[in-house]
Design a protein around this ligand. Structure first.
Ligand SMILES: [Zn+2]
Length: 329
């Protein structure tokens, strides 16, 4: 650490003070902007990777342009074209003819696109990658000796000069670490389309996106993924918690522990903090920023395809995975 960067140095404190004033001014200004200011309302979204490496090599120029303009709601949607004076009439949605067609409508709400399962395709594309990550966590847990609870008393003590390793801490805190008989089903068309909670545990028609259970510890975990507009991430999480509340209570009433983890990935590729929390709870031990970045990339790439097809009434889903996800199909 250089001397100038030490927090006890006057120059460092002065730079920090001025930076904070400037930062506050920028935030106040951003909030005052009608369109660009919406981004200041995004709650529960983790910081995206805007490094040069990512922007230069991680996406095409068209995709980059889509990302930046979608982020600030500056894409040529019918409502924006009218606002900018490019047209005097309300063009409406090209698919369902809804008037005052916004980016929210194109990417998340259009009933025509919904009926063609365009949004389901995006959801399943993200879910496929998420399921891959979950299976990694389950494989790791199933190869371990289950941790007992409470942990052995000797683990509470650390020898002089030693420190608790991070990997041990993560495993200890994981929801999966107390069993090694985890089973997983996922609601993906190519896997278990009819996958449901095992009927001997509970009879229900509800199907969370991913269901994990351990018979030895009588523990069940539900993962429910949503890809809402970024402004709606918090409300989407509340909706899903309410939707599955009774199911969780029914599982608990049968003597099982039950955890419901909601995960939100914004349709413009900004990942909700809930995804990071869920991966931590499941004991994800590789780089979290890498997997979260890939999840966000898939959501944004799918939305870009949906955007490109906004005037096209025919639809056939394509694979949006890159080389790094080639094993996902
Ligand atoms: Zn529409």
């Amino acid at each position: 650490m250089s001397l100038l960067s030490r927090p006890d140095r006057p120059r460092s404190r002065a730079i920090s003070f001025v930076y904070n004033i400037d930062n506050d001014k920028q935030i106040v200004h951003l909030r005052s902007l009608v369109k660009q200011g919406k981004i200041a309302q995004w709650e529960s979204v983790i910081a995206a990777d805007f490094s040069w490496n990512k922007l230069t090599f991680g996406m095409s120029q068209c995709e980059f342009s889509f990302m930046v303009n979608a982020m600030h709601n500056l894409l040529p949607t019918p409502d924006n074209l009218r606002l900018w004076g490019k047209t005097q009439v309300d063009l409406g949605c090209s698919l369902c003819s809804k008037s005052n067609c916004t980016l929210l409508h194109v990417l998340n709400h259009c009933p025509f696109a919904l009926s063609q399962r365009r949004f389901t395709w995006r959801h399943d594309s993200v879910l496929r990658l998420l399921n891959w990550a979950v299976l990694k966590c389950v494989d790791a847990a199933n190869k371990q000796t289950p941790r007992t609870w409470p942990p052995p008393i000797e683990e509470s003590f650390i020898r002089a000069g030693e420190s608790r390793s991070k990997s041990t801490t993560k495993l200890e805190d994981s929801l999966l670490s107390h069993a090694n008989d985890w089973r997983v089903i996922v609601d993906l068309p190519e896997k278990n389309w009819r996958a449901m909670i095992p009927v001997e545990i509970l009879s229900t028609l509800q199907k969370p996106d991913i269901v994990m259970w351990s018979r030895s510890t009588r523990t069940m975990i539900f993962l429910e993924l949503t890809c809402p507009f970024e402004e709606n991430i918090t409300s989407a999480a509340k909706y899903k918690l309410g939707r599955y509340e009774k199911l969780v209570c029914r599982v608990r009433a049968r003597g099982w522990q039950c955890h419901l983890l909601t995960l939100e990935v914004g349709s413009r590729g900004f990942v909700g903090a809930s995804c990071s929390r869920a991966l931590t709870q499941l004991g994800w031990r590789s780089s979290k920023s890498t997997i979260l970045g890939r999840i966000g990339d898939i959501a944004r790439r799918c939305s870009y395809v949906i955007w490109l097809h906004r005037k096209n009434k025919t639809w056939s889903p394509i694979s949006v995975y890159g080389e790094e996800e080639s094993d996902l199909g």
